[in-house]
Design a protein around this ligand. Sequence first.
Ligand SMILES: CC(C)(COP(=O)(O)OP(=O)(O)OC[C@H]1O[C@@H](n2cnc3c(N)ncnc32)[C@H](O)[C@@H]1OP(=O)(O)O)[C@@H](O)C(=O)NCCC(=O)NCCS
Length: 159
Amino acid sequence: MPFDDDRFRIAAARLEDYRDCLTFLNERGQDLLRSGDLEYRDALFQARLMDRTRTRISIIRERETRQMVAVALLMVSYDWRKGVGSVEYVLVDTDFRGCGLGRVVMEDLLAQAREVRPRLAVIRLVSEPWHEAARSLYQKLGFTLVDGSDRHFELRLHH
Ligand SMILES: CC(C)(COP(=O)(O)OP(=O)(O)OC[C@H]1O[C@@H](n2cnc3c(N)ncnc32)[C@H](O)[C@@H]1OP(=O)(O)O)[C@@H](O)C(=O)NCCC(=O)NCCS
């Protein structure tokens, strides 16, 4: 389904969005947070989230209500000078699924990933076999299963 630009606004997270992001993930993403809720008072975690050299976040809000409806988050690291992006959370509010928001929030995150310097060579993510919607989405975006794994996906950006 095409993205309804009149109804929704997509953007990279700004300072005022971080708290809402954590609340959204904690309240709506229970099946993603198997090690417990994200911690608001963890200063190191917050500093990492807000550091654009280490984290990129795409969010979608409903324009009229300002309600957050989708989030995708990428952690950036450099492993022996090879840039690696890890998609950590992808979540669309249950009331808003199937309207193209998941695809758009991931496409925006990948566009942000391509801008990271030094460049990222690869984007990785883990998606459990029962997350069928997510796996279908990732495969449509070009991610492929890593040889020998049923849950580790990769997308090569540069060699
Ligand atoms: C995965 C998720 C983000 C998809 O968001 P969404 O907004 O519903 O997805 P979209 O409407 O943009 O659909 C994108 C693609 O996902 C796939 N998809 C969406 N819903 C699906 C479903 N119920 N069954 C199978 N595939 C589905 C389709 O391939 C679709 O392709 P299309 O763009 O060609 O139509 C959402 O279902 C979600 O938040 N799930 C729970 C959290 C989760 O599993 N996160 C990922 C953890 S790795």
